[in-house]
Design a binder for this molecule. Sequence first.
Ligand code: ZN
Ligand code: ZN
Length: 391
Amino acid sequence: MHSFRPVLVALLALIAFAPLAGCGLPVEPPVTGRLAAAEVAQEPGVDPSLFLADGLVQAITEEPCTLSGGTESTCYRIVVSSIPTDHDAGPWCPDTITDSAEAGGIWLEGGEVHDVDGPFIANLATFYDDPAFKLHEDDGSIRVTRSAEACAAAARPDVDEAYRNHCVQCLLEYLGEDVVHTYIIPKQPVPLERDSSLGRSAVGVAFNGVNFDPPAPTDAILGAHTLAPFDDCGGHVNPVAGYHYHAHTGCTYEVSSEDGHAPLIGYALDGYGLHARLDEAGQAPTDLDANGGHSDATRGYHYHAGEAGSNAILSGFHGEYGCAFDGAVPDEPCDASASSGPGGPPGGPPGGPPGRPTATVSPPIDPTETSEPPTATEAPHLHLPHLSSED
Ligand SMILES: [Zn+2]
Ligand SMILES: [Zn+2]
């Protein structure tokens, strides 16, 4: 982990200049450090060397960009395959209602992480107090989407009738070669005056190249009487977004901190560091803001991933974000300010990140709005299993 100690400089600067200031003499600003924020360090910014080479489709490059708040900045272009190279993916759906937890993944509900084993599937009608849930045949076999075609059909906003009451999963081998993602992230974060809500697109990227997604709209998934489990690493697959995370459970490559702080696991789309939930002593931070972030004297502002059961890795942006694109590598520069549009919620914050797919601009959504009908701009995005309100 790179060391970063600007606070010490700032403190020394304070000690050096405070007497002069008290005498009313002109004070030269220090060359380094921040007098006004002795308690909070300047953020280190994005360190491209931390990304695992195996997850990168091409070398990380720099380019001009326009951030969501209109700030002209310099961004890193990070192009990834979004297939984890540092841990296995799956399983998601068990085969029978007697299978053990090893045969399935997890489900996030009520702030808790639930093992999706056979009995969990068999018990869904009770779990959700909805007798229409029955994902298994009378012989105990579980109905699972077992082909790329089934996966695509279950991914449609209007779930194919044939795949209601299914356990929905897509396998990595269903993905084509061209499932790449491009993140254009500011080298140095720029704080917003007012926090911004998350859009539909990726909220950040892990060092293994896998995207951190906004909360999965589980209400919509359940509304079709389907279940779309995450694997034990908090990820699942859809044909457009590839493999992506909705929870951080500790599988991904991480960069430990010298001071025992929770390890760094990637970056948010605004360039702030994203850390695991727990520090080396197993303690969670107690002073997080509504975004899931806070500041300290070593790292400046940074985020901590939400609890795995919360279905929210990140809850909002503290800074101006860049761009996230799914699909073919775009040639165009990132202008995240262009995503502010008339489609945003009344009185809401400026626009969310450009949505999927690349050619369209989508307004921000409330992550809890999971029953919103699809719009024309969302239609091409078959983000299984996010159904009608793809994030
Ligand atoms: Zn998802
Ligand atoms: Zn922290």
